[in-house]
Design a protein around this ligand. Structure first.
Ligand code: NAP
Length: 233
């Protein structure tokens, strides 16, 4: 069994990688920071000696890097079962006042990364007899909120991409799940002075994603909406 996770060195991507590695999955991972990626690669190989790890430093907002990561995977693997489009950034702001270029950066990182990666990995999912794509959107991709600005636009677009894929792939035994978490305690929230109890536990989210994957292929969780117990921040 093989999984591809984009943006795997921290936060949600890291937790998903660990959960699937624990279950014996080979993992293909990427992030921009090569040192952090190599560190994670070493840790995974050490902790799970029986799995294969493909680690490629790549900026998923750049089409050439997406293709390079996908090519490195195709060179070694002819099938993949799970793709997690997770790489993403949060830049706060309001549509009317945020710095020019914010929308472009967020669309390139949070949407185009998933669009191109899915197109690149699709043949490997199809070559497997079944597949599962998880697209990490956000509650900001179903409801706009103040200071959400272009981030919310990018996540609505990610939700749209995910729903389009679900319709396109439902007769190919490839499940598509749109994951819409509220606040998850990760590096994205560094510096925010709130108790950890106000956030979703990243391990809970990763475990939920694994549980969705574990269902029989007769069933698909289309939308996974997860919030902190006390609601959105
Ligand atoms: P995080 O802790 O900041 O981790 C992001 C990961 O993605 C890191 O490994 C980072 O490594 C990588 N990454 C960022 N930009 C990248 C790029 N251009 N190319 C390749 N890798 C990149 O973030 P997170 O909170 O786990 O968020 C992960 C996803 O969940 C995002 O799509 C985010 O929008 C979504 N989300 C988060 C929350 C939340 O509250 N945390 C809520 C809803 C949705 P490098 O920096 O080295 O590239």
């Amino acid at each position: 069994m093989r999984i591809v996770v984009t943006g795997a060195t921290k936060g949600i991507g890291r937790a998903i990688t660990e959960v699937f590695a624990t279950k014996g999955f080979d993992v293909a991972i990427c992030a921009r920071d090569e040192a952090a990626l190599k560190k994670l690669e070493g840790l995974l190989k050490n902790k799970y000696p029986d799995i294969e790890v493909i680690a490629v430093a790549a900026d998923m907002s750049l089409r050439a890097d997406v293709f390079r990561f996908a090519e490195a995977i195709r060179e070694k693997w002819d099938t993949v079962e799970v793709l997690v489009n997770n790489a993403g950034v949060f830049l706060p702001g309001n549509v009317t006042t945020e710095q020019e270029g914010t929308l472009e950066k967020l669309i390139e990182t949070n949407l185009y990364s998933a669009y191109y990666m899915t197109r690149e990995v699709l043949s490997l999912l199809q070559a497997n007899d079944r597949g599962h794509i998880f697209n990490i959107s956000s509650v900001a991709g179903m409801k706009a909120y103040p200071n959400g600005g272009s981030y919310s636009i990018s996540k609505f677009a990610m939700t749209g991409l995910s729903k389009a894929l679900r319709e396109e792939l439902n007769d190919q035994n490839i499940r598509v799940t749109t994951v819409m978490p509220g606040a998850v305690l990760t590096a994205s929230w560094e510096g925010v002075n709130l108790p950890e109890e106000r956030f979703i536990d990243v391990v809970d989210l990763a475990q939920l994603i694994y549980d969705c994957y574990k269902l029989s292929y007769r069933t698909v969780v289309e939308d996974l909406v997860v919030r902190p117990m006390l609601g959105d921040l």
